[in-house]
Design a binder for this molecule. Sequence first.
Ligand code: ZN
Length: 233
Amino acid sequence: MIKGRQLYELQEVDLEIEAKGEALARVESRLGEREALDEARAALSRERERLAELEKTQRLGEGEMEDLRAKTALLEGKLYSGSVRNPKELTSLQEQVEHLKKRRRGQEDHLLDIMTEVEAVQHSVNSKSRELERMEENWRQEQNSLSREQAELRAALATVEQRRKELIVRIDSVSLELYQMLRVKRQGRAVAKVERGMCQGCRIVLPMTELQRARMGEEIVQCSSCERILYVS
Ligand SMILES: [Zn+2]
């Protein structure tokens, strides 16, 4: 029974459990995450509201234009009908018609500005809407692949966890306790391989007696420098 090797195998399994657990946590934190999508949707909705406001302003402006046109036509009709003969009244009528025409020109300019803005905002709504569709499609694809990844990682984790159970029943409790203690102390790496007479945990050249004892594998031998359990493969 080579204790070093068993503990080394356990460490491999524990490192794999840790890595897979972290990967699973990363995947799960992204599952259902739709902040960017919600932001894009809210931005589109704000732009649509702005467009509706502008279109309303445009309709009001057009209505006002129509009123001015009708009033002008009415006064012009009166002016050219010959029914008004009084020079003062005629002058006053002419002035009113001029004033109305001036207002119409002003209103026309105002309307043109609004129509230009409506067109620009309409354009922006269209492009934002296409962008949102694209984002939603990407999001669906990403979520599908994340779900698959989650299922794969869960299955893989179950397999290594089963392997861990099988391993620890074969390890005595004293060795296991030492392993756990060193694991905490040495960031998950309680066991170090020995290669070319060197502890791979701290890179020190091991004393010959230590090396021989580790090679026998009958007892647990710890590195005299970093305390890690030595494993000679
Ligand atoms: Zn060492």
